[in-house]
Write a protein that binds this ligand. Sequence first.
Ligand code: GLU
Length: 444
Amino acid sequence: MHPYLEETLDRVRSRNAGYPVFLQAAGEILPTLEPLLGEYPEIEELNLLERFCEPERQFLFRVTWQDDDRRIRVNRGYRVGFSSVLGPFKGGLRFHPSVSLDIVRFLSFEQILKNSLTGLSLGGAKGGSDFDPRGRSDHEVMRFCQSFMTELHRHIGEQTDIPAGDIGVSQREIGYLFGQYKRLVNRYELGVITGKSASWGGSHVRKEATGYGVVFFAQAMLRARGDSLEGKTAVVSGAGNVALYTIRKLEELGVRVISCSDSQGSLHAPGGIDFATLRQLKEVERGRLSAYPLSSGDTEYRPGQSVWDLPADLAFPCATENELDRADAERLVANGCRLVCEGANMPCRTEALEFFREQGVLHGPGKAANAGGVAVSALEMQQNAALEQWPFAEVEARLEAIIQRIHDRCRRLASRYSDPDDYRTGANTAGFVRVVEAMRAFGF
Ligand code: GLU
């Protein structure tokens, strides 16, 4: 390993000892950037790697709210602005009990490269809370969001930091957050948050964007090898927004999706999952997957089981970080899986990724494959700035073109610095090169 890279990794490790997930991401990304060191001497001269690994700013705040029984509850709020060299801080908010500063820093770090890959002017950020919206009434969610925004509003703005949704934050939460922001600042500043409903300032396709983008990326990977999605079978983990719209687009493009999951178990539908039924259950009723109606005889619900033991050509991890380990990877490959495309951020553990690479399984890394969400957020910002709303088909076509460009750029840089199918090196180097150029231009 290049001595500068090694020294930087050591310093990053000692400075971030309490942040294992962030360090996992840094440990995966930094070594793939090694081939850039020869071509860009300023990376070492200006210590750009170490600067890249230290967040520009982070906020931690108390969120106090009242539940329906009038009890006062306390949660923790976070917003990490990791990098604003390519544009204002941009990234989602996650409301989930697993949220910690470590998770938010890891997500925010990944977001720098993801946002850079879109080719648009977006910095990297992430935020959220350990609040769990599951099982909470609309009123409780509203009071929580209002309290969260009462603190967050000081730090955001359409030129400064633009949040959006993520796990546990959908159009309902975005509505309450925007409503409170508007009240506090006395401005109808649509561009301050994305993921808004298309009925009041949002963009068509934003809800579908991450999932659709994941499928467009898989399609591009297959197309590059003269293959297509048509007629293949797939497993998709998760049952949230990303999983839902990955399933929908896969089915539209002729793929049979035989399984999806939530934290309690998985569904096995050999004939294919019925998207309309799943959407009704998850998006309208906000129910658990165990409540999916088992009308067709061969569909079953498997408590406590993941989707990775089922035979399928394609796998789409769309649940959360580190959900797929080496044993899962071995099972998938033994059952004939040839492509893994990530809807979640860093869903595959390092050993799983190593195994896929050894076995020649095509791997679409999350920061490239799931960039469709943030890309359509940028289109939403463009529409807000122009006081316009573009038709569904137009936004979808733009999304597909952006994903194709990301794919091609990853492949081009992968060919240059590794081999054409090494999308991980391709995505990391392609994302980082833009960051290097802007950091150099701005001085320190
Ligand atoms: N949370 C999503 C992501 O990870 C969306 C971010 C955004 O739209 O700003 O990319």
